[in-house]
Design a protein around this ligand. Structure first.
Ligand SMILES: Cc1cc2nc3c(=O)[nH]c(=O)nc-3n(C[C@H](O)[C@H](O)[C@H](O)COP(=O)(O)OP(=O)(O)OC[C@H]3O[C@@H](n4cnc5c(N)ncnc54)[C@H](O)[C@@H]3O)c2cc1C
Length: 467
């Protein structure tokens, strides 16, 4: 029987990163994976394939709409979906191979099969051919991630009624697409297919898009998406889908109840969130307690109710984001090695990878109001940023929220091209408890879009230069 210091179930960004850090710290580590490739949701059916299609579809749109005004004449671009999917798959394969390499480099044993916790110190792995083996270990980390949330009465077939997984692999551009849910995944994948030619209608139960993000940012982003051709039905719910005909017929009802409307579509994407994945893990039998939302319950040190069993990533509370899972993987391994591993949940950026991008870190205005914190707002639009103007990509703004008394930056919200890259200087600033003044006095290269961050910081003190 193989014996380890640490066995990790799941090789998504939580699991594989935890394995590498634990190996760096001298532990003998094995990872268990039930799918045929390592990397989890993120690498195989999440972050990475979606970004490949967002990139390809963005360039398609640029070639069709933006090249001519820059004096570049090309014939009308054509879409080759099989080739676009090959491009996507090559990207996935490259990243998955990278994880394979990292496991070998760090001498982490990879055990393919479905893991089941037999109790503290024992993990059973059932391979695809039905053979089982038991791994003995000092510690177990559950990093089994999440699965798509299903809607009652709507059967996902991954062909016409799809989850994000099916939406990443459509074989042709739908004429009409309904996206159920105006969260990050729905808007990103809706953007991909809208750019490629689909007519996209987003149906959202709440009265706003991007729930949880800053309200002003969400409103402004909705207007930008509408300009791009998105249609939104807010405060509405899809209650059923008739798939008997050539076209799908979705019944859409006001969230508060009322007259039902029928919307037709070729593809319906159900993107209403994700649920923790704990199926077949044997947690109940092992005595591992789940919380009210079926997430594995952990303390501040990732420990579950059973000594020696830990959990990280999407399967525990907190934002379902790859970088949050990674940071928890590192912190958990460090704690197991007796170090002071820690994740600062107040500074976890969130990005919507559309065009323009939306990026945020820290508190929203709504959160500050609710907490009764007095704050100052500094805003700077990209219409006043030289680099954005010269590139004619002026959609969006930077908004900085600072404590009214101390000037400490409490939240930053950016809509704009490259917002997902720009947010990180704000993350570093916030990790160091920095102020808007600190940001405003930091020299920023010219001409860059990041100068808008500096100007927004100046605007906190009502002294922006270019506005
Ligand atoms: C379409 C889409 C786009 C996304 N885009 C982004 C993005 O841009 N940025 C971002 O930060 N996040 C994004 N996410 C979210 C991100 O993918 C997750 O937050 C992240 O993958 C969570 O990592 P994890 O390690 O907790 O779990 P996962 O990545 O879900 O990995 C869990 C792994 O455990 C395995 N497993 C489960 N049960 C068992 C078992 N019993 N035995 C063995 N193995 C098991 C699974 O097969 C899987 O490989 C996206 C998600 C989706 C669906």
């Amino acid at each position: 029987m193989a014996s380890y210091d640490l066995v990790i179930i799941g090789t998504g960004p939580g699991g594989y990163v935890c394995a590498i850090r634990a190996a760096q710290l001298g532990m003998k580590v094995a990872v268990v994976e039930r799918k045929s490739t390592l990397g989890g949701t993120c690498l195989n059916i999440g972050c990475m394939p979606s970004k490949a299609l967002l990139y390809a579809s963005e360039l398609y749109e640029e070639a069709g709409h933006s090249f001519a005004k820059m004096g570049i004449t090309v014939s009308a671009p054509k879409i080759d979906i099989p080739q676009m999917m090959t491009f996507k798959q090559q990207g996935i394969d490259g990243n998955v191979k990278g994880v394979d390499f990292l496991m070998k480099k760090n001498k982490v044993d990879v055990v393919m099969g479905t893991g089941k916790v037999l109790g503290a110190g024992r993990v059973e792995v059932k391979a695809a051919d039905g053979k089982t083996q038991v791994l003995e270990t000092k510690n177990i980390v559950i990093a089994t991630g999440s699965d798509v949330t299903r809607l009652k009465g709507i059967e996902i077939d991954e062909k016409r009624i799809v989850s994000s997984t099916g939406a990443l692999s459509l074989d042709k551009v739908p004429e009409k697409m309904i996206v159920v849910g105006a969260g990050v995944i729905g808007l990103e994948l809706g953007s991909v297919w809208r750019r490629l030619g689909a007519e996209v209608t987003v149906v959202e139960f709440l009265d706003r898009i991007l729930p949880g993000m800053d309200g002003e940012v969400a409103k402004s982003f909705q207007r930008i998406l509408e300009k791009q051709g998105f249609a939104f039905k807010l405060s509405a719910k899809v209650t059923g889908v008739d798939s008997s005909g050539k076209r799908l017929k979705a019944q859409v009802e006001p969230a508060a109840g009322g007259a039902v409307e029928t919307l037709e579509a070729d593809v319906i994407l159900v993107a209403v969130g994700r649920v923790p994945y704990t199926e077949g893990l044997g947690l109940k039998e092992a005595g591992v307690v789940l919380d009210e939302r079926n997430r594995v319950k952990t303390d501040a040190h990732f420990a579950t109710s059973v000594p020696g069993i830990y959990a990280i990533g999407d399967v525990v509370a907190g934002p379902m984001l790859a970088h949050k899972a990674e940071d928890e993987g590192v912190a958990c391994a460090e704690i197991l090695a007796g170090q002071a591993g820690h994740v600062n949940y107040d500074v976890i950026p969130g990005v919507v990878y559309t065009t323009p991008e939306v990026a945020a870190v820290g508190k929203t205005e709504e959160e500050l109001k609710q907490a009764g914190v007095a704050y100052t707002v500094g805003k700077f639009p990209f219409t006043a940023n030289g680099r954005a103007k010269v590139n004619q990509t002026t959609d969006g703004f930077v908004k900085i929220l600072a404590d009214a008394k101390t000037d400490r930056v409490l939240g930053v919200h950016i809509i704009g091209r490259e917002a997902g890259e720009m947010i990180h200087e704000c993350c570093v600033l916030m990790e160091f408890g920095g102020s808007a003044e600190d940001l405003a006095r930091t020299c920023h290269a010219h001409p860059t879009r990041s100068e808008a961050v500096k100007e927004a910081a100046l605007a906190v003190g009502k002294r922006a230069i270019h506005m």
